[in-house]
Design a binder for this molecule. Structure first.
Ligand SMILES: [Zn+2]
Length: 324
């Protein structure tokens, strides 16, 4: 199969250079390039590789879609982008975001100009504003901006969803995560909590909930906050996931959860992301959404090797041990 695809890429090379053809895999299916970031954080957090393996497994039965999964922050050979319909990055972000290092932003610009879809998950929604803020606003609709957005750990209740392919079959759910909010959305998209248009480009918030006052008061994960502009919005809803349809035909989504690996065990949390992965690739989201199952044992597979932090040895005098 790989050989066939390689030949297709070679054969289409001339057309691709003109930017007029993309998304033609050997199987005639839409192709999602799913990129997991490098190991990060303690075990069971930011398990980008294990998480993307689960998502890949869950998408196996979706007709019309092939998933090509990569690790360590980028594809092994950029030639694979030639027939990609979407690129989704689940990784750490900020200044070392895989989309901005090593000339990758230029590569992505070329893909976006062809209408390729783009999605970013968790820390992957954060870029440095003057490095790639404009690009992320164009491709995703918005991005996390340090000290403007915030990253508390909280448990939003997602009670209702807009009519959208990404919400098919998703039932109300509530789950604790490091749900970032207050993205730096494109000005036309306002606070990101209502559907909006910017010319011919459409924005739809998918996961919206009201943070509690305590959540807005912090602490946030880093910097701890609180930020007065976040506290000033007490009682107001926030968007933790959204979609954008670009004028170039490409689709985009941002999803700010995905910190805790065990959350992939929640069927609705998983379904809304699986639907988004299908939708951003231009494939048809099944009626009722992507059906999948993940056994609890699977949540402990493929974890990144993360050496335990050296324990600080504290010698407790016996006299203290006996107290209480
Ligand atoms: Zn995180």
């Amino acid at each position: 199969m790989m050989k066939m695809r390689f030949l297709m890429v070679l054969g289409l090379g001339g057309l691709l250079a003109g930017g007029s053809v993309f998304g033609v895999t050997a199987e005639g299916k839409k192709k999602l390039v799913l990129i997991a970031g490098k190991p990060s954080h303690p075990p069971m957090m930011h398990e980008f590789r294990a998480g993307s393996i689960l998502l890949e497994q869950c998408l196996k039965g979706v007709p019309g879609l092939v998933v090509e999964r990569h690790e360590m922050g980028w594809v092994t050979d950029e030639k694979t982008f030639a027939d990609a319909d979407a690129v989704v990055i689940y990784s750490d972000g900020g200044g070392k975001h895989p989309a901005v290092v090593d000339g990758h932003l230029e590569t992505l610009k070329g893909l976006m100009a062809k209408g390729v879809g783009f999605g970013c998950m968790h820390y992957g929604v954060e870029v440095v504003a003057d490095k790639a803020g404009a690009e992320f606003q164009k491709w995703l609709g918005g991005h996390y901006e340090n000290a403007f957005s915030c990253n508390p750990i909280w448990e939003p209740k997602f009670e209702s969803f807009p009519e959208h392919a990404v919400t098919r079959g998703v039932k109300p759910f509530q789950i604790q995560d490091e749900w970032y909010f207050n993205m730096r959305f494109r000005p036309a998209f306002g606070d990101g909590i209502t559907a909006a248009k910017d010319g011919g480009e459409g924005f739809v918030p998918i996961l919206v909930a009201v943070p509690s006052d305590a959540t807005r008061d912090g602490p946030y994960v880093a910097p701890k906050g609180p930020y007065p502009h976040i506290q000033a919005e007490k009682g107001q809803p926030e968007a933790m996931m959204w979609t954008v349809e670009r004028g170039d035909g490409g689709r985009g989504f941002g999803f700010t959860g995905g910190h805790f690996h065990l959350n992939w065990g929640n069927a609705d949390f998983r379904k809304v992301v699986l639907n988004a992965l299908v939708w951003v690739s231009g494939a048809e989201v099944p009626e009722g959404g992507v059906v999948s199952s993940v056994a609890s044992g699977q949540l402990h597979e493929n974890l990144d090797p993360k050496p335990e932090k050296k324990k600080v040895s504290v010698v407790v005098p016996r006299v203290f041990e006996r107290r209480g």
